[in-house]
Each structure stands twice: as C-alpha cells, then as structure tokens.
Design a protein around this ligand. Structure first.
Ligand code: GDP
Ligand code: IMO
Ligand code: MG
Length: 435
C-alpha cells in the first residue's frame, strides 16, 4: 500500500485530471489539498467529458471516496454547481464526498477584489483566473477568513460573512470601477455554504484512519510546481503551495505518509496568465501546438501560451517535489513537427546557468540553450503500447528521462482514458496501483 501524490511539474494544466482518473481505481481515497476553482481538471473517456474544479477527479470513477482538504479554498456557489453538474450526469457524489470544516470560503468580495486589482494593474497584471483565490488566502493569513465549518451554525456563518463582506467592501473602495457584490450575491454564497454543511467531516481523521488501516490515499495536486507561491516564478504564481511535500501537512497528516510522487508533465510547456516563460514560442509552431493541443483554459477559456519542453525548470520541479516518476502527456500533439527542441540550460547575462533562478526577472531574461531532436512525423495518437510508438518518439521520451533522471511510467497519447501507455516498471509497479 503506497500513498501517492500527483502533482503538476510545470505551470499547470499538465493533464493531472486524466492521470488521477487513471490511477484512482486502486485508491480508497482521493483528496484535493491545495488551490480552489482556479483549477480545471479534465477527465474524458468513451464519449464522456468532465471538467472538475473543486471536487477531486476521482469522483468520476465509482468506488473511491473523495475529500477536500483544509488547504483548499471553496467558492460555495461554484462547488454546488459542480455537484449538480455531476448529479445531472448520473455520477453519485454526496455519499462519497467529504469536505474539511477548516477549508476557507471564497466570498463574492474576494472575487471582486481579485478582478478589480487585475483591472487596475494594466500591463503589470498577474493574469489570475479571477476566482478570488489570492484575496481568500490573504484573508486566511490575516486571520479574517471565514471557514466552511461555520456552516454548522447558520447564525455564526451569517454574522461572519456579513463582517467579512463589510471589510471587503471597504477594501474595494480603492477601486472606483469595482463591482461591489450585491446583498443578493452575498446571501447566495451563504445559502450555498449552508447547503454544503451536510458534507462536512473530519478529513484529517478520515485520512489518518485510512492510512492506519492500509487503505491507500491519492493526493490530487492543483496548479503546478512553477506556480508554487514560494518556489515558482514569484510574483507570477498562485497563492498556495503546489509542491508534493505540501500534500500531507496541508491535510493534517505527517509528511511520512507520502510514499510516492508522480509528476505530470506535458511533452511541451504551456502557461496561462502572465509571467516569464523562457521557451515560449510566439510564431507558427506555438500556434500549431495551441491548435493541435486544444490549449484553451479549462477554467477561463483563455488561450494558453505554448513553448518547448524546459528541462531546466522540469529538473527543478523534480527536485522540489521529490518526483519519483513522470506521467508524460500530450505526446501526440508533437506528431507533425519536423524537429523538436528541449531547453537543457539557460544563458543569463552571458553566463550558462543550469539551475532554475529564484528571481522572475532572471527567468524572463534567460535565453534557453536548446538541443534539437528530429520529429517523428508519424502517428502516436491513441497508441497504447510503448513499443508501438514511432522510434523517434521513443527516443524523445528516453532523452527526457535522461535529462530529468527519473523514469517516464505513463505516456498519454490522447485526451481519453483509453489513449494511454502504461509502462509496468518501478516505481509504478511498487505502488500497487493495479496498472
Ligand atoms: P489539468 O489541470 O492538469 O488536469 O489539465 P487540464 O485538464 O486543464 O488540461 C489538459 C488538457 O489536455 C485537457 O483538455 C485534456 O483533455 C487534454 N489532454 C490530456 N492528456 C492529453 C493527451 O495525451 N493528448 C491530448 N491531445 N490531449 C490531452
Ligand atoms: P490546474 O489545476 C493553469 C495561474 C493563473 C495565473 C496564476 C494566478 O488546472 O492546473 P490565481 O487565480 O491562482 O490567483 O492565478 O496562476 N493558475 C493556473 N494556471 N492551471 C491552473 O490550475 C491554474 N491555477 C492558477 O492563470 O497565472
Ligand atoms: Mg487545468
């Protein structure tokens, strides 16, 4: 029995939803530990298509319990909508779902501040998802946040939301163009939070019991390593921790419960929002990757920026999250390219640098040093066995393994669950995932 963390190795949208869906039948519990509905995790199989934002991707497969940990910030209206969307699609949700009372609520005022600040920042904007994530984590750190647990007492919840909303309204006064939430919007948030009260439960306790009984836990990361608040390209990051090691303490579990870390990486790189991106492609190849990879945000629909695989950043992600093995997604998107590049080092102010800089300006000023590999210009799409991949595609995967120093155990060749290559090698075979 091994508890496994699935994390994004890049700037998010690596395909974590697909990978969690693939692994989850072997796990008793799937838990989200960070972020909020800034995340958009896609699960596709047969002709079904789900976009999950707050509920763990494990919900799509019957069987496992899905938990939302204390470190997640919850927009209650969005959460209820997601519940309804799943129920309309005949997925049984409520009996398998548990939310931590410690999770903070994203209030309409948090969203309004997020949007107003971005609008006022002009060119310097972060490109947030506008979901109120930053202001909610700020309120948590200022100790003026409202936790979902208050929904067990409607009176206390109403009072806390009213006080927080008045405070947020004052903060909004700095932005004359801001849309101040109406009393009806605030009421709707309160009602939605009250509707979630029956789902509250002791997430840390439930997970500790699972661990003690040998029932394996899958931790589902949101965002990606380079969006981590401390280690990412600050300030162009999200407001929570995104590294794998954060998963256990964020859920109230000791760090030692983590047995394995699967890092999800695209075969190239994408980023939504602002911030440095050394291997970004602005021309035809970038557009080709966007079109062929359908690189439009799951949450906001924004076009994603695209670029070559960045082994400098990826090596940092492997180190920071202790990634033991890689799930490499969207290999099929590279099928038509005549040549494919990988950044193996950066040059900053004329100096070769192999580590990932701590300063976003240095990352922005980094010139990637590229290695060029021949493209396979053949179909990898929907291939399900590694030896059926074009030889040059296998060579590309092998080169990434060399550069990252960890094995690629899953190769994804299409958006659907069925379009996946599983390589039955350690450490995947040690994790008892049944794959
Ligand atoms: P997440 O946030 O990490 O879960 O990733 P998203 O769901 O936001 O974005 C990944 C997108 O790529 C989704 O639209 C997936 O359906 C799609 N996808 C995942 N794996 C593959 C793949 O191997 N090939 C292709 N073509 N699409 C994929
Ligand atoms: P998943 O889980 C991609 C990015 C935003 C912005 C920055 C800050 O689907 O991979 P925020 O709204 O968090 O304050 O925005 O972080 N961002 C993501 N980008 N995938 C995500 O989640 C993201 N969550 C946040 O685009 O650049
Ligand atoms: Mg996403």
């Amino acid at each position: 029995m091994t508890n496994v963390v699935v994390v994004g190795g890049q700037w998010g949208d690596e395909g974590k939803g697909k990978v969690v869906d693939l692994l989850c039948p072997a796990f008793a519990d799937v838990v989200r530990f960070n972020g909020g509905n800034n995340a958009g995790h896609t699960v596709k199989f047969a002709d079904r298509h789900f976009a999950l934002h707050l509920i763990p991707s494990g919900i799509v497969q019957p069987g496992c319990r899905c938990l939302v940990g204390p470190g997640v910030v919850i927009d209650p209206v969005a959460f209820l909508e997601e519940l309804r969307m799943l129920e309309e699609q005949a997925v049984s949700v409520r009996p398998r779902l548990m939310i931590s009372p410690r999770a903070h609520l994203v209030l309409p005022g948090h969203r309004a501040i997020d949007v107003a600040r971005e609008a006022a920042s002009g060119k310097g904007k972060l490109g947030t998802t506008g979901r109120g994530i930053g202001p909610t984590y700020e309120a948590r750190a200022r100790r003026t946040g409202v936790r979902l647990g208050l929904a067990r007492s409607p009176k206390r919840l109403r009072e806390a939301v009213a006080a927080a909303s008045a405070d947020l309204e004052q903060a909004l006064a700095r932005y004359p163009a801001a849309a101040v939430p109406s009393p009806a919007e605030i009421d709707a948030a309160v009602e939605a939070a009250l509707a979630l009260a029956p789902l509250l439960g002791d997430v840390a306790g439930a997970l500790a019991d699972s661990d003690a009984a040998g029932r394996p836990i899958l931790f589902e990361g949101a965002q990606g390593t380079l969006l981590d608040i401390d280690h990412g390209t600050y300030p162009f990051v999200t407001s929570s921790g995104c590294l794998a090691g954060f998963a256990a303490p964020a859920c109230g579990l000791p760090a030692r419960v983590i047995g394995g870390v699967l890092g999800v990486f695209k075969a190239y790189v994408t980023r939504v929002g602002s911030g440095p991106f050394p291997t970004e492609l602005s021309g035809g190849t970038g557009e080709h990757l966007r079109r062929r990879g359908n690189e439009f945000g799951t949450t906001t629909g924004r076009p994603r920026r695209t670029g070559w695989f960045d082994a400098v950043a990826a090596r940092a992600a492997v180190r920071w999250s202790g990634i033991d093995a890689v799930a490499l997604t969207k290999l099929d998107v590279l099928d038509e390219l005549a040549e494919i590049r990988i950044a193996t080092a950066y040059e900053i102010a004329g100096r070769a640098v192999e580590g990932f800089p701590d300063d976003a300006d240095d990352v922005a000023g980094a010139a990637p040093v590229y290695e060029t590999l021949p493209g396979w210009q053949a179909d990898s799409a929907a291939v399900t066995a590694f030896d059926k991949l074009p030889e040059l595609a296998r060579r590309y995967v092998a080169r990434l393994e060399e550069l990252l120093g960890v094995p690629v155990v899953v190769v994804s060749t299409g958006p659907r669950r069925e379009e996946t290559i599983v390589r039955r090698v350690p450490p995947l075979t040690d994790w008892n995932t049944g794959l």
